[in-house]
Design a protein around this ligand. Structure first.
Ligand SMILES: NC(=O)c1ccc[n+]([C@@H]2O[C@H](COP(=O)([O-])OP(=O)(O)OC[C@H]3O[C@@H](n4cnc5c(N)ncnc54)[C@H](O)[C@@H]3O)[C@@H](O)[C@H]2O)c1
Length: 350
């Protein structure tokens, strides 16, 4: 097992290893004063792991109640959020109790936002069950729900009390969803970990993911500790996401986030080479790695459509936009451009 300490506005441990759900109750009992745990999950994950989580919590003396919603991004909305708050009130969850988020990024984001706002803030524990949630969404305290006008438009920075990443749960992920997480893993390498990129190139890490997951979380920890509220270095995590969001939006969200990020990384790397900011080998290395992990590297959307959809994303400040630009294999920088210039970057990337 690997333990990573995150020191943000609230400090907590991230534990990564196999069989961790079994020790959840004991771990929680040491951290939480109350004895009620409201477990939040989606229909797919609850069918697989809810019993294990309940058994562990109850054996440690917790009263449990469960809120299970339909799996998928469309559930990460205001209606599910309010239903969850009403559920917590009905079950007399108090400020000394805890929420337990059992699932992927959708469950984690929604539960975290409910925890941030119910009774003006109660504890929550993240139990990520997708690779994406393990390496990214469960750590760092960004919580949110989607609004009709866009993704993650209502949310809060609110750190969990504990993250238990039980690698056994990743074994039941469909290949396609595992691949989405791989896009984020490759992203970490591209931001600043050439050794990770080498490791990924040697062999697929699915059978033995601990080292790769821990490396990604350690990098996220460093960025969160340097910039918890996302005004500087943490923005490096957006590599591939600016154009990726445009691609997701162009597809009307039919394309998954991970695949859109994979294409977004390809586009920004190619544009960076065109602008003389990056070596040509970075693009061929990236495309090889994306292929190895079953991820796409091109899109048919037109530059104008991508430009319009990319601009409607929230990550823009007045007349400028901060791009994350690869400068060499295993290194990226923040690069501010004018909103008008974004169109040129997209054209050069396609
Ligand atoms: N808070 C953050 O910092 C952050 C970072 C990145 C992404 N996100 C958010 O994360 C969300 C995407 O997360 P995701 O990709 O985990 O999606 P998800 O939570 O929808 O999970 C994907 C699918 O996998 C299923 N699933 C989950 N665990 C499983 C398991 N162990 N076995 C079998 N099936 C399983 C789910 O039921 C779902 O159908 C988006 O809403 C995104 O905005 C948040």
């Amino acid at each position: 097992m690997t333990t990573i300490q995150v020191k943000a506005s609230r400090s907590y441990e991230v534990k990564i290893g196999r069989g961790l759900l079994t020790s959840l109750g004991e771990e929680t009992a040491q951290l939480i004063r109350g004895r009620t745990a409201a477990i939040v999950s989606d229909t797919n994950v609850a069918a697989l792991y809810l019993d294990r989580v309940k058994t562990s919590m109850e054996a440690a003396g917790f009263r449990t109640c469960e809120f299970v919603f339909s799996a998928g991004e469309p559930s990460k909305n205001g209606e599910t959020y309010l239903n969850l708050l009403e559920f917590l009130a009905e079950h007399q969850v108090t400020r000394s109790d805890t929420l337990v988020a059992l699932g992927g990024g959708v469950v984690g984001d929604l539960t975290g936002f409910a925890a941030a706002t119910f009774l003006r803030g109660i504890d929550f524990i993240q139990l990520p069950t997708t690779l994406l949630a393990a390496v990214d969404a469960s750590v760092g305290g960004k919580t949110a729900i989607d609004l009709k006008n866009g993704k993650n438009l209502a949310g809060a920075f609110y750190q969990p009390r504990l993250v238990l990443c039980d690698l056994d749960t990743l074994d039941t992920l469909p290949d396609d969803i595992f691949a989405d997480g791989c896009a984020e893993v490759i992203k970490y390498g591209m931001i600043g970990d050439r050794d990770l990129l080498d490791l990924l190139g040697q062999k697929h890490f699915r059978e033995d993911p601990e080292e790769v997951v821990a490396r990604c979380i350690a990098m996220k920890r460093d960025l969160v500790e340097a910039d918890e509220f996302d005004t500087g270095a943490r923005q490096l995590l957006n590599l591939g996401h600016t154009m990726g969001h445009g691609i997701e939006a162009c597809s009307d969200y039919a394309m998954s986030h991970g695949k859109a990020v994979a294409i977004g990384m390809t586009l920004i790397t190619r544009a960076s080479i065109e602008y003389g900011m990056c070596s040509a080998e970075s693009l061929s290395n990236l495309r090889k790695l994306l292929k190895q992990y079953g991820l796409p590297d091109s899109t048919d959307y037109a530059a104008q459509d991508l430009y319009e959809k990319t601009l409607s994303d929230k990550k823009r400040t007045g007349g400028t936009i901060t791009l994350v630009v690869p400068t060499e294999w295993g290194k990226s920088i923040l690069h501010k451009i004018s909103v008008e210039d974004l169109k040129n970057w997209i054209e050069k990337g396609l």
